[in-house]
Ligand binder design. Structure first.
Ligand code: HEC
Length: 342
């Protein structure tokens, strides 16, 4: 819920809309020239080259639509030909209100990146701090496990919403131009990520929040736990890191890189807390499993066949269904196509 609310809030904004469409890779939303002309300069008319001749045309609604649907017909003087790709008519009409809403102050302030960095830090520090033995122990004793975990989720949810919000408003500072093959990276990674999430959440595990007590029963690893004992965290990392590839800008790297790093650091952190709290029982469970995916299987601790049998067909089918669901809702929720062809 928090996720969907923060996403829809974040994208109900003209700059965010153009950003997710990829326009801000070449255009400044305010007044600065980039590869393409600034979109928020508020000019009444512009000088264009049409069929070799230069003329001045009003920069009205009709011009903006022509500039999007047929960029080569009139090219702004001082800017390159054959760089801007034509936008389909329906999308151009849909983007028109966002273009018209821009003004000289629309470009996100550079400070936006600092705000995003603070939100990412708060998200990571919230996770690591609140689950640290010295804070979690007294917190659980005073409030009870349920109330402590409720407060924990609330704090993390707020930090997550702040992260998505500041990301959608951060200035676009490209580091690399995403190549078409980079779109395949999340496309190929996500089915496995979703399987690990489905199996991770549906298999009782001492590494899941609030389930450390399972260690008292000397549990045998099951299903996905043969592949990694932190399926939810580690696959969240892969999810985030895979998304860095087709998003080569500073803000996205802060967001995805932060979440990616946290998944791994958080797993180490949970291992240390469980070792401190459960001693020998944890050592036994840890010895049968690995943090890094497949490291345990390579070391002969379990077999892939057994893992897959215990994961079972139902979970695999649910993960496939989730993947198809994400493919068809990604555009609607995030505003960017998840298909490798764009
Ligand atoms: C790869 C770089 C690039 C991308 C991405 C890009 N543009 Fe452009 N755009 C240009 C260039 C270069 C020009 C100037 C040349 C021309 O007029 O065709 C331009 C011109 C324009 C103009 C005319 C602006 C004016 O004031 O004259 C509009 C409007 C525009 N683009 C909208 C968009 C929108 C909307 C998107 C996103 C869907 C977008 N552009 C994506 C490079 C790009």
């Amino acid at each position: 819920m928090v996720l969907l609310a923060s996403l829809s809030l974040a994208f109900a904004d003209p700059v965010a809309e153009l950003r997710t469409e990829g326009c801000l890779a070449c255009h400044d939303a305010g007044t600065a020239a980039g590869v393409g002309p600034p979109l928020g300069a508020g000019l009444a008319e512009v000088e264009v080259t049409t069929a070799g001749a230069t003329r001045t045309v009003p920069r009205d609604e009709a011009y903006l639509l022509r500039a999007m649907t047929d960029p080569e017909a009139e090219v702004r003087v001082g800017y390159p030909h054959h760089v801007m790709a034509a936008v389909g008519e329906a999308k151009a009409k849909a983007l028109l209100p966002a273009l018209q809403a821009l003004g000289p102050d629309s470009a996100p302030a550079r400070g936006g990146l600092a705000a995003l960095a603070v939100a990412v830090l708060a998200f990571a520090a919230g996770h690591l701090g609140l689950s640290a033995h010295s804070i979690r122990g007294p917190g659980v004793r005073r409030l009870g496990l349920g109330a402590f975990l409720g407060l924990y989720s609330l704090a993390i949810g707020v930090a997550f919403a702040a992260m998505v919000w500041t990301w959608s408003r951060a200035p676009f500072v490209p580091l690399w131009a995403p190549a078409p093959w980079m779109r395949w990276v999340p496309f190929c990674t996500m089915p496995f990520v979703l399987l690990a999430q489905v199996a991770g959440y549906s298999t009782p595990s001492p590494t899941l929040s609030g389930q450390g007590g399972l260690l008292a029963k000397a549990p045998t690893p099951r299903g996905i736990q043969w592949i990694t004992r932190h399926p939810v965290n580690v696959s969240s990392s892969f999810w985030a890191l895979a998304h860095c590839f087709p998003n080569g800008d500073v803000a996205s790297l802060l967001l995805f890189g932060g979440v990616g790093l946290l998944g791994i650091l958080g797993s180490y952190h949970i291992d240390r807390r469980l070792a401190a709290e459960h001693g020998e029982a944890w050592a036994q469970y840890a010895a049968q499993t690995s943090l890094w995916p497949f490291a345990g299987i390579v070391a002969g601790k379990g077999s892939l066949g057994r893992a897959l049998r215990e994961i079972g067909v139902v979970r695999i089918l649910i993960a496939v269904g989730a993947f198809v669901g994400v493919l068809y809702s990604h555009m609607w929720i995030i505003g960017a196509s998840p298909w490798p062809s764009g």
